[in-house]
Design a protein around this ligand. Structure first.
Ligand SMILES: O=C(O)C1=C[C@@H](OP(=O)(O)O)[C@@H](O)[C@H](O)C1
Ligand SMILES: C=C(OP(=O)(O)O)C(=O)O
Length: 429
């Protein structure tokens, strides 16, 4: 369905963001592996974490949803998973497929993991290779894509694994399989990516020469996962940019996750001179949170380079929109990984910028964007490519036009942010 976006004159208000998607997935998976009950509050209502809940139920885990976004998981310990009688449908969620593959491979249950058209086109070789070294037997379409048939013979072999790409999904997948091995599996990280898995499981981390060695084995006790999930910084990013680029804006976002491995976009927006304040900083379980307020800003151009990309990987599309409204040239490089998300996000962005009449150049690993503070995007029918982050970035861009635009297949925002269109309405009224 197409969603209409009206030009916005003011953006004012307080938004209760959806719960963090990455932490919601992990809370449920780790609760299933814990021996006993966990009560997770503020669990995400979005589609992706619900794909994780459905898969865990098929693995024999009892999960109740008594309301008010509380999820009660009856964990059966790491040896309690049952071989599912049906496919594990991961829907649109790369995190579900990649993390669950680690758990399945480690636990030794046999399962077939499937996904929607977008997920079935995303590479799984990055997880198939290390899991195979650890003793899993994985059949995949063209040896790379879902459906994945996962089995294991013999014990889990420990792995010493320097990460070939800065991916939290790959890191987590290998560590989760490692949790089932007698001897420790070690993952070596040089460029930091989100560290929710390590935090929520309390894994041992050794820091040496700008590297982290994270280990996991059967010795690690899997803790209860009873906590409130922070609100999603990745959802906050859309309003941080919208607030910064609009002339009459003040938006407050309470209790947002502020894990430093996730908030690269906050630092980048500060470098761009965005008027951002963070208050009430505190901890929610293993994670830091705080209230963020953004006001209309005069933004400066910025460069995003490879080292910071993992800490703002999902926010790059919306940061590209911010770059349009600065006087000068901004550059995103080292972001080739965006071509392997729900869609090729660099290509989708290039199409969006073209439709809006922007001045830019596309590279294999990024974009160069020539902005100016008076930029007014052309109204257009923007294609979402069925990708939630592309749809929401296009909506923020379209809100700066002088006439209404449309976002094609805008319902895909429900993958991470089901209330997005309502919140846009609330802010502009
Ligand atoms: O671990 C996670 O929860 C995620 C890691 C990132 O993917 P990669 O690790 O593949 O970069 C990110 O893009 C995704 O939205 C969620
Ligand atoms: C890439 C994303 O998620 P996933 O990899 O879990 O599909 C995302 O949410 O932007």
């Amino acid at each position: 369905m197409n969603y209409e976006v009206q030009p916005a004159t003011t953006l004012q208000g307080k938004i209760d963001l959806p719960a963090d998607k990455s932490i919601s997935h992990r809370s449920a998976m780790f609760a299933a592996l814990h021996n006993g009950r966990s009560a997770i509050t503020n669990f995400s209502e979005a589609a992706d974490p619900h794909s994780t809940l459905d898969c865990l139920r098929r693995l024999g885990i009892t999960i109740e949803e008594p309301g008010d976004n509380t999820v009660i998981v009856e964990g059966k310990g790491r040896d309690g998973l049952q071989t599912p009688s049906k496919d594990l449908d991961c829907g649109n969620s790369g995190t579900t497929m990649r993390l669950l593959s680690g758990i399945i491979a480690g636990s030794g249950v046999s399962a077939r993991l499937t996904g929607d058209e977008s997920l079935s086109a995303r590479t799984m070789k990055r997880i198939i290779d290390p899991l195979t070294e650890m003793g899993a037997i994985i059949e995949a379409r063209e040896a790379d894509y879902a459906p994945l048939n996962i089995n294991r013979e013999g014990p889990v072999k420990p792995l010493y694994f320097p990460l070939p790409i800065a991916s939290a999904q790959l890191k987590s997948c290998v560590l989760l399989a490692g949790l089932f091995g007698e001897d420790p599996t070690e993952v070596i990280e040089t460029l930091p990516s989100r560290d929710h898995t390590e935090r929520l499981l309390g894994l041992s981390i050794e820091e040496m020469d700008n590297k982290k060695v994270i280990s996991a084995s059967r010795e690690d006790v899997i803790p209860e996962q009873s906590y409130r999930v922070p609100n999603d910084f990745s959802a906050a990013a859309f309003w941080l940019v919208a607030g910064a680029i609009h002339q009459d804006a003040e938006i407050t976002l309470p209790a947002v996750g502020l894990n430093p491995t996730r908030t690269g976009a906050l630092e980048i927006l500060k470098q761009m001179d965005a008027d951002i304040t963070v208050a009430n900083q505190q901890r929610e379980g293993a994670e830091p949170i705080g209230d963020i307020t953004i006001r209309s800003s005069s933004l400066k151009p910025v460069e995003i380079t490879e080292e910071v990309v993992p800490n703002c990987i999902d926010e790059i599309p919306i940061l590209a929109i911010a770059m349009l409204f600065t006087d000068g040239v901004s550059r995103i490089s080292g972001a080739e990984e965006l071509r392997h998300k729900e869609t090729d996000r660099l290509h989708a962005l290039a199409e969006m910028l073209e439709a809006a009449g922007a001045d830019f150049e596309e590279f294999n690993d990024g974009l160069e964007i020539k902005g100016h503070t008076g930029f007014t995007p052309k109204p257009a029918v923007f294609d979402s490519y069925h990708d939630h982050r592309i749809a929401m970035s296009a909506a923020v861009l379209a809100s700066m036009a002088d006439d209404p635009s449309e976002i094609r297949d805008g319902e895909c925002t429900a993958i991470s942010y089901p209330g997005f269109w309502d919140d846009l309405q609330v802010l502009t009224n």
